[in-house]
Design a protein around this ligand. Structure first.
Ligand SMILES: [Zn+2]
Length: 364
């Protein structure tokens, strides 16, 4: 979600004690959602079971790990039918890349589950489903299922009523009497970073400086490594030959956001970005918007603006789920993942992966 400062509600939830026990090794919470530990077990199991399809990378540290306070590695999987040179940490691989990035905002709990199911779909369908088999033969399918693992630990620590931690857990700017300390990792990129987004206890605190957080360094480092730079200055379009598509999953709003998010000025590739977004929107029923998305505020320092702005790769934010009603909000029942969100998102992810071959060209 891009807004909703729910500090008072958040702090009230902190006072609610849960009868359900939780430990750092629990693999699920709140009816089935996977914890960071659950995702780590899953990633390791998938990589071990499918060595011909999966490479598992540690791309950097969470803030707590960087501080020597426990924490986690940030994990990325690359899934493809591996041939020599595939899924290497360079930008010269032969197969176009689709990157799915989830749960950078920890409390947006549906998002990690979509990544989890996408991973399972890919590895279980090779040689079984012709469409997915073709994808693995011709694309590198990268997944960062938990971009903010320390934050997810906080969310899952109250399994009956997940906490509303949005940011990472960097409290070096001081603790917060109400709400949560931390840096909004989706305002912390090194592109159009804006110190005016808010102070340390606001939900959109961008950090002390651009890319101040290890989680930001990890994702920018991966994407810088695997995508060549096809874009010139900020107001110049990307090369028509650019390959790749990047999706970051958020909740909620039932919409798709395309660059720019930091300004109402049209991105140089706005028409093409919206055209591809509309293809995915046709599947999900989500409208595509740019700029402030019609809600009166912008997203400087976001992951999507950074990747499109620095590498030229078409980059989108999906805001999953409605604002009200059935399966709405940050914490829909776990059954909503199977009943609603996965069936809706799956074809859009398949389409995005297919489009990665020529996102500014002739769309499939
Ligand atoms: Zn979000």
């Amino acid at each position: 979600m891009r807004t909703l400062v729910v500090l008072l509600w958040s702090s009230a939830l902190l006072l609610i004690s849960s009868a359900t026990s939780w430990s750092a090794t629990s693999v699920t919470y709140y009816g089935g959602y996977h914890t960071t530990a659950g995702h780590e077990q899953h990633n390791a199991a998938v990589a071990a079971a499918h060595p011909e399809l999966v490479k598992l990378y540690d791309i950097g540290d969470s803030w707590k790990k960087a501080q020597g306070q426990g924490g986690h590695d940030i994990q990325a999987l690359c899934i493809t039918k591996l041939t020599p040179g595939d899924c290497a940490l360079n930008s010269t691989g032969k197969k176009p890349k689709f990157v799915l990035h989830a749960q950078i905002h920890a409390r947006e709990i549906v998002t990690g589950e979509i990544a989890y199911r996408w991973i399972d779909l890919l590895v279980s369908s090779y040689g079984v489903d012709p469409e997915i088999t073709a994808l693995l033969n011709t694309r590198e399918l990268w997944v960062v299922p938990i971009a903010n693992p320390d934050g997810v630990d906080v969310v899952a620590s109250n399994p009956a009523q997940p906490l509303l931690q949005r940011k990472n857990v960097d409290d070096s700017a001081g603790g917060c009497a109400f709400g949560y300390a931390g840096v909004d990792l989706n305002r912390n990129s090194s592109f159009q970073w804006n110190p005016d987004e808010g102070g340390p206890c606001t939900e959109m605190y961008p950090g002390a400086k651009p890319a101040s957080e290890p989680e930001t360094v990890a994702i920018q480092g991966l994407l810088d490594t695997i995508f060549p730079d096809t874009k010139g200055a900020v107001d110049e379009p990307a090369a028509r030959s650019t390959t790749g598509v990047f999706l970051t999953l958020h909740s909620y709003g039932d919409d798709i956001l395309a660059p720019w998010g930091y300004t109402r000025t049209a991105a140089p590739d706005r028409a093409a970005l919206v055209a591809l977004g509309n293809k995915m929107g046709a599947v999900t029923g989500y409208p595509v918007s740019t700029g402030d998305g019609g809600i009166g505020y912008f997203t400087p320092g976001s992951t999507t603006d950074w990747l499109y702005g620095t590498r030229g790769v078409p980059s989108y934010t999906f805001e999953i789920g409605p604002r009200a009603g059935w399966c709405s909000g940050f914490q829909p029942a776990y059954s909503c993942v199977s009943s609603t969100f996965w069936p809706l998102l799956k074809p859009a992810l398949v389409y995005a992966a297919q489009a990665a071959a020529a996102p500014y060209g002739r769309l499939p």
